[in-house]
Each structure stands twice: as C-alpha cells, then as structure tokens.
Ligand binder design. Structure first.
Ligand SMILES: Nc1ncnc2c1ncn2[C@@H]1O[C@H](COP(=O)(O)OP(=O)(O)OP(=O)(O)O)[C@@H](O)[C@H]1O
Length: 253
C-alpha cells in the first residue's frame, strides 16, 4: 500500500564548500512508514537527513540545490518558517542529549518556547509525550529528577519524547541506538515500530539487521548518491543494483 507522500525530493544536490556531498537525489518518502538510510561511512546519509529539517543551514559554507517539498510545500522557499519546520520535523541523535534539566522540563521546553504556559496543558503534553516514547512508567514518579541521571536507553527515549512533544509529525533519527545496549536497542526498535502509526520516521542506521527489522523502505547510499530505494524486503532479498547486493552481503562498507 502506498501512503501519501510526506517528503518529495527532486534533483537535490548539497555542497560543503567545494565538496559535493549529495548528488542528484530523487526520493518520495511516504507518510506513516519507517524509511531507513543505509550505506558505508561518509556516503551522505546524515547530510541528507539534516537537509530535511534544514539543520544544515547552521553549517557555514553549505549550499543546497534542488527541491524538497514537505506535504507539497517547498521547505527551502524564501521566507519559509524554519522554526515551524523544526517543530514539525523533530530529530533524535546518535548520543542521547537531554538538557541538564529535570525530566519534566526537558519535555516541556519546546511547548513552553512555543508559548504554552498553562500548567495543566503542559502536564498533559509531558505525560502524553512520555507515554508516546514508552518511558512514562519508568519515570512518572521522578519527573523532577535530572534527565541526565537516567540510563542511556531511558535518556534516548526522553529525547524521543522531547521531539514528539512539539506536535511533530516527522521524526528524523540519526543512528539512535548505536550508543545503546541490546536491551535498550530492542526497546527503541519496538518504539519506532509503534511510532509510525502517528509519525513518519526516517532513520539512519549502520545496522543492516536493524534496517531489515524496523523499516518499510530502505535507501542505499554510496558516495553521495542513492543507488537504490525500494521496499526493505526487496532491497534485502532481491536488489536490482550489484553494488547494493555487494553491500548487503557484507562485501564492502
Ligand atoms: N560539516 C562538514 N564539513 C565538511 N564536510 C562534511 C561535513 N559534514 C560531513 N562532511 C562530509 O560529507 C560526507 C558525508 O558525510 P555524512 O556525515 O553525511 O556521511 P554518513 O553517511 O552519515 O557517514 P557516517 O555513517 O559515518 O555517519 C563525508 O565525506 C563527510 O566527511
């Protein structure tokens, strides 16, 4: 089944100064699915992920050519509201990075900066977000404790809760489990699977088994290009391109 397109990417090129990091990327990312980006180190997966919420705007000397539409709207058009974009398109990084604040304040931070002050409303958002990130039961009795005192796996779920507390509908995840133990990894994988009911999830992973377990679609990147993008099942069982086949069978990378 094909879902409505969330991100439509056309002829995208990206440069760090003179370095051509992304080359002519074309991709339609469906809503309410999990899309995985795989490929060897340095092939542009994170760069591409960060073009989707304009995180790369923060890196001096970078340039984007081409078109990225989110729900049909060009996110690089002049006067586009980038704050609103980052609110809608949340991001979770490789190493859990909660603020050195209480668990409650970590989650309430975004909604507060967007003007929500009512305590009851904030309480509701905090509870819903922590439930959405499957960490509520573990932290509900210690919301006033420092988030940085939690385990790595719990911290990562706090970061996911923080991302979804902003009313986002897309979650970008850059190797979210690479710093976690197998049990925490498992929890995050289960969570990602559940999150797609409400969110469009795009995940960079080095772990091909993980891509196979949790994603519906997979894109294989190589030296800044997308070699192949298809149903995950197809990519892992019957890829069209020899280079994809070589990569998934462990011949390089
Ligand atoms: N801030 C930057 N300035 C200059 N070049 C950069 C910058 N960030 C990344 N690059 C280069 O762009 C290319 C793509 O990097 P990117 O981090 O997107 O790859 P990746 O596939 O996510 O790698 P990894 O799997 O190792 O995280 C690499 O050659 C990298 O050295």
């Amino acid at each position: 089944m094909t879902n409505p397109i969330k991100f439509d990417i056309k002829d995208l090129d990206f440069y760090y100064g003179d370095f051509h990091a992304l080359k002519n990327i074309n991709m339609a990312i469906e809503s309410n699915k999990v899309t995985a980006f795989i490929g060897p180190s340095g092939c542009g997966k994170s760069t591409f992920l960060k073009t989707l919420n304009r995180m790369q705007d923060l890196v001096p000397g970078t340039r984007v050519d081409g078109l990225i539409r989110l729900d049909g709207e060009d996110i690089y058009q002049k006067n586009y509201n980038v704050n609103l974009l980052r609110k809608r398109v949340g991001m979770v990084f490789q190493h859990p990075n909660p603020f050195p604040k209480t668990i409650y304040d970590n989650i309430a931070y975004g909604p507060r900066t967007h003007g929500i002050k009512d305590r009851k409303e904030l309480d509701r958002i905090v509870e819903e977000s922590l439930k959405g990130a499957a960490v509520w039961e573990e932290v509900k009795d210690k919301l006033d404790r420092k988030a940085t005192d939690l385990s790595g796996g719990q911290q990562q779920r706090i970061c996911i809760a923080r991302a979804i507390a902003n009313d986002s509908d897309v979650l970008l995840m850059d190797e979210p489990t690479s710093a976690l133990d197998p049990i925490s990894t498992n929890k995050i994988e289960e969570l990602v699977h559940d999150l797609k009911n409400k969110y469009t999830v795009i995940i960079v992973t080095h772990n091909m088994q993980q891509a196979g377990r949790i994603s519906d679609k997979t894109a294989f990147f190589l030296t800044g290009e997308v070699v192949e993008f298809d149903d995950t099942e197809k990519i892992f069982s019957n890829p069209v391109d020899q280079r994809t086949n070589d990569y998934i069978s462990g011949r390089f990378g």
